[in-house]
Design a protein around this ligand. Structure first.
Ligand code: EPZ
Length: 423
């Protein structure tokens, strides 16, 4: 398995262009199951999770092509309505196929996504929503079996604004004639991107005066051509990496307003930035970084996906700060790895208490999830000496060409495979 060797003491300088959003393109690619017409998606990042999603669509009977950031999906005979466990276990988001398959076939059999490093990752909110739409949900031998005589529009209130459940139900309801109303939905920008695609396919989606999402579905949806929104988590990750190395970096092709709360907290910490229409320019600074306490929350609150990169900034602040992770039950796996590099972090339940240190030292560490892996990359750039990061495949799930983008900014990150390369 690939590893990264990261040379420390590097300051990032230059321009980095943001790719299309992983968390928008995955559900949008799955929406291609709602139609047999050609489905063209631009600005698709070359990520492990994208390639897995294309494998899933092929396994379900679609023909997929992926060239220079554009994915073209066409019908290739009958669609199947069940998925092999092999594919689902690689990526929890494969459960998003349930909504479209249920809507098209009135039945679907999908392996229950297992837990992951972040925690149990249940899908009860998805299933409760399908039941409201008229489906029966049973779980047998690790598979979710959905079936419905007839699906009908419904009013559904989510007990928690789950991103995946919102997307799954939006896609399902778009193929059900009549008016479905979703209340207490996730408001992440990726949701709006999925809604935009469903509108282009012929469904009607709008937010009513109570902030609920109204979906007027149709019994047939058209093909679509769409370009994916910029990845706000990649944007935040590079802004934080630039600030951690006190470099001079212009992060381009992004949507700064999707990172408003992060930018606010970074200004509070004392990081000078120029914020434009579609760029954020992080400026160099000498003053000590001020510690700032954050708590994760559904959008527009502080993104749980930026919690680990934020921690990698705060470990170098002057003073004590806290990170309160209330979205996932186990999202501090990067903390002990950062401690191995000299950080001073104590975690207790959902809170990590950080005392900033003057210096980090390179060490041999291991990534356990994609965002924690990026945090280790950030710490490696700032540390004294070399940091070796194992299980880089986690980082490859959500960051397009990470070493290419970082090295173009002056970093020295080398990818190698100890089983193949002799260093
Ligand atoms: C999406 O995951 C993202 N993944 C995650 O990004 C992101 O961290 C998460 O949203 C929160 O923003 C994709 O979009 C592919 P949730 P999702 O359903 O949809 C609980 C990354 O780093 N929950 O909003 O799975 C759940 O256990 C990844 O790019 C239920 O209890 O997130 C979690 O504690 C990691 N029952 C919380 O809600 C359910 O039915 C948030 O989950 C569904 C969720």
């Amino acid at each position: 398995m690939d590893r990264f060797l990261v040379e420390g003491g590097k300051q990032l300088n230059g321009t980095v262009k943001i790719s299309g959003s992983k968390n928008a393109c995955l559900p949008i690619l799955v929406a291609s199951l709602l139609t047999d017409e050609p489905f063209i998606l631009h600005r698709v990042p070359n990520l492990r999770d994208v390639r897995t999603t294309l494998k899933i669509l092929t396994a379900l009977g679609k023909k997929t092509q992926y060239e220079n950031g554009t994915v073209t999906i066409t019908a290739d005979g009958e669609l199947k309505n069940s998925l092999p466990y092999e594919l689902v276990k690689q990526m929890r988001a494969s459960f998003w196929v349930a909504g479209p398959l249920l809507a098209r076939f009135k039945s679907a059999e999908i392996p229950l996504p297992g837990g992951c490093a972040l925690g149990a990752r249940p899908v009860d909110i998805h299933l409760k929503g399908f039941e409201k739409l008229g489906a029966t949900c049973a779980t047998e031998r690790g598979n979710v079996i959905l079936s419905a005589q007839e699906l009908k529009p419904a009013k559904i209130t989510l007990r928690f604004p789950s991103v995946g459940a919102t997307q799954n139900l939006m896609m399902c309801a778009s193929l059900i004639e009549g008016e479905t109303v979703l209340e207490n939905i996730a408001k992440e920008p990726e949701i709006e991107d999925v809604a935009e695609v469903l509108r282009k396919m012929g469904a009607e989606l709008f937010t009513d005066e109570k902030g609920r999402l109204v979906i007027r579905g149709r019994n047939k949806l058209n093909g679509v051509e769409h370009a994916v929104v910029a990845d706000r988590i990649e944007t935040g990750s590079y802004i934080l990496a630039a600030a951690a190395t006190r470099g001079d970096v212009r992060v381009e092709d992004c949507v700064p307003e999707h990172n408003s709360i992060l930018l606010e907290y970074m200004q509070e910490a004392g990081v000078p930035m120029e914020i434009g229409e579609n760029y954020v320019h992080v400026k160099p600074y000498q003053a000590p970084l001020k510690p700032v306490r954050i708590k994760t929350a559904p959008y527009p609150g502080f993104a749980t996906d930026l919690q680990a990169p934020w921690m990698a900034l705060m470990i170098l602040a002057q003073g004590a700060s806290e990170v309160d992770e209330v979205i996932f039950e186990n999202r501090f796996m990067h903390a002990p790895e950062l401690v191995r590099m000299g950080a001073d972090i104590v975690t207790e339940k959902s809170v990590a208490r950080i005392n900033g240190v003057k210096e980090l030292s390179g060490a041999h560490v291991m990534a356990s999830d994609l965002r924690g892996g990026f945090a280790l990359l950030m710490a490696g750039l700032c540390a004294k000496g070399i940091t070796e990061i194992e299980r880089v495949y986690h980082i490859d799930r959500g960051y397009e060409d990470p070493e290419g983008k970082l090295n173009a900014l002056g970093a020295k990150v080398t990818r190698y495979n100890p089983d193949k390369d002799d260093f």
